[in-house]
Each structure stands twice: as C-alpha cells, then as structure tokens.
Design a protein around this ligand. Structure first.
Ligand code: AMP
Ligand code: MG
Length: 326
C-alpha cells in the first residue's frame, strides 16, 4: 500500500481532515464549517465547534479513504496563521493522534498550503498566484526560496468588498455568488473608481461610490465586477511580465466567479500564458491541503520534535523557507 498522510485544518471557520498519498492522490476530504444566522465569528465559539466535530470528521475521513489509522504514515497540521483558540484544537488533536499511533508530525502554514494544493490539482509547478478570498487579495509568486507577495489590497479584500455591498443592498451572505448572478443582467456600465497603485489595489472607494449610487442594482453589480476584475487582471499581467512566469493560478473563494476567470483567461491567452483556477472543493479551507503540504515538507527532509511543535498565529507567507521542490 502507498504511504499516506492525514492532514488537519482548523485555522479559522473550518475543521477539516484530508488524506493524501505520498504521490499526490487525494483519498478523502471531509470538513465542517462554523456558521452563524447573523453576526461574525467569535474565536471561542468557533473553537468549540471544532472540538465538537473533530472526532466525527476524523472518523469519516478514514472511512472515505477506506483505511484505518494504522495505514497512515504521517500527520500534518496547520499551525499558522489563524485564530489561536482554533489552531490549538487542531494542534492538540494532531498531537494526540500522532502520540497514540507513534507517527511523525509536521506543522504547516495554511496560506502556503492554499498555493501548493493548487499546484497539485492543476498539475502546475511555478505559477503566479492570484489569491482572492474574503479578507485576502494578493498577487504571489515564488522567488528564490520564498513565496513573495508582489501586490495586495491596501484596504478590504475583494470578497469582503463584494459581501459588504451585497449586505447593504439586502442580498445576504455570501454576496459574491449573488452579485455574479445579478451582474449577468446588468446592461449599463456605471463609472467606478479604478484604483491600481503600482502592484497594489484598493476597493474601498469603489464600494463607497457604488453604495451611494442610485443606479439599478444589476448595473452596479456588473460595474463592480468589471472594474475590480480589470484591476486584478492588470496587476496579475504585470506580475507575469515581471517574473517571466508562464502560468497564472487563481485561488481563494472568489475563484468560483466565472466572469473573473474569463477575463484572466483572455489576458493570459493574449500574452501566451496559461490560466488555471483551483476547483471549488480545494479552493476553500480543507484538510487535503494540510496533508499535501505536510508530505512536501516531510519528503524534503523536515522532521519535527512533537514536544516543540506549537501554533504560529501570525506567520506570514513570505516568512516560510520553501525547502521542497514542487
Ligand atoms: P474564502 O474567504 O476563500 O472562504 O472565500 C469566501 C469569499 O468568496 C466570500 O467573500 C464570497 O462572497 C466569495 N465568493 C464565493 N463565490 C463567489 C462568486 N461566484 N463570485 C464572487 N465571489 C464569490
Ligand atoms: Mg483559507
């Protein structure tokens, strides 16, 4: 039987367990996401959710992979960055499993795992990454042995901007998919601030102007998408030109947006590059990415003393040494 890694994710709203073989075959992806009727996430409440579901998610993942814990060779756990109470649930659970079964353990950075799972499922190696989630909007690429952030939002993330607009006009949460549907019916382009500063983008002015506008909501949704997505296409193109890389990979929750994918695909085609978007299952938070990132680090020779493994709530993407080769 192939060697397998069991990965645990608990950095924020999702508790997930993934099982992946050392050659990259995904055998299980089971998760549970904390939700509220209204209001946001209170870290302690989210951690309680994770505590409650952890054993069930773990059991379901082994069942889905059709194996037992005796078949697992490595435990990986996301220890950075994230909400401390949530990170502790995953770390303590991972340590318990590793100790009980005498397994090696590896701690991984969640943001980096978002990038490397994209490489695995899209079968690419060294792209420019456009990472657009609720809070994040970043253009990232590997340079030397670090993932560098080439550009990012100077205020809100694109997903949060779309969610805020949707909430204010009464569309509910999450707003991104609803805006995408309404935008299809938009006919008139309403001029909104197009704000690119070097490699950075800003969405706050656009949001304010759209909220103050009296235009039809379909036209506003259409114009918000066209303007913000064009800004992202511009900075992504500049990153491709600057780094000489030939692939663009779209990751994060907003990657589900078909219009964004189409604009980026057209930009890539025009300059002889290839565009990829991470499929929805693997673009949000899950344990598969922790498992695969653990395998990359373990295969590159990383060995961790279980007693010393701790959470790193504030670790940045560009602080991690890339010791693995793909
Ligand atoms: P994440 O933070 O990666 O979990 O992604 C969640 C964000 O993705 C939320 O802000 C959603 O509104 C946004 N999102 C999800 N689907 C779409 C879509 N089809 N178009 C635009 N945004 C989306
Ligand atoms: Mg995430």
């Amino acid at each position: 039987m192939q060697k397998m890694c069991l990965g645990i994710e608990s950095t924020a709203h999702t508790f997930g367990v993934g099982i992946v073989t050392f050659s990259g075959e995904i055998l299980a992806n089971v998760k549970s996401t904390f939700q509220t009727e209204k209001g946001g996430m209170i870290p302690i409440e989210v951690a309680n959710h994770h505590e409650k579901v952890k054993q069930t998610i773990f059991d379901k993942a082994l069942k889905e992979a059709n194996c037992t814990i005796k078949d697992i060779s490595l435990i990986a756990v996301a220890v950075a960055p994230g909400l401390s109470p949530c990170l502790f649930v995953g770390l303590n659970f991972a340590k318990q499993i590793a100790k009980e079964n005498n397994l090696p353990i590896v701690g991984i950075n969640h943001s980096i795992a978002h990038l490397t799972i994209g490489n695995l499922v899209c079968k690419i190696n060294d792209p420019v990454y456009l990472y657009v989630s609720g809070p994040n909007t970043q253009v990232i690429a590997k340079s030397g042995n670090k993932f560098r952030v080439f550009g990012e939002t100077v205020d809100v993330g694109l997903g949060n901007m779309l969610d805020k607009f949707a909430r204010e006009i009464g569309l509910g949460f999450p707003g991104g998919p609803k805006i995408e549907q309404l935008a299809k019916k938009g006919k008139n382009y309403i001029e909104l601030p197009y704000s690119v500063k070097g490699m950075d983008v800003s969405f706050a002015g656009m949001l304010t102007k759209a909220l103050r506008s009296k235009a039809e909501k379909e036209d506003l949704c259409f114009s918000l998408q066209e303007t913000s997505f064009a800004m992202l296409a511009e900075v992504a193109e500049r990153a491709l030109a600057h780094t000489g890389k030939k692939e663009l990979l779209l990751i994060g929750g907003v990657a589900a947006n078909k219009r964004l994918g189409k604009m980026l695909d057209e930009m890539c085609k025009a300059r002889g590059a290839n565009f990829f978007a991470v499929p929805l299952e693997y673009s949000g938070d899950q344990g598969v990415m922790a498992a695969w990132q653990g395998i990359l680090q373990y295969k590159a020779g990383e060995r961790t003393d279980i007693a010393k493994l701790d959470i790193r709530p504030y670790e940045r993407t560009d602080e991690v040494d890339v010791i693995w080769s793909s």
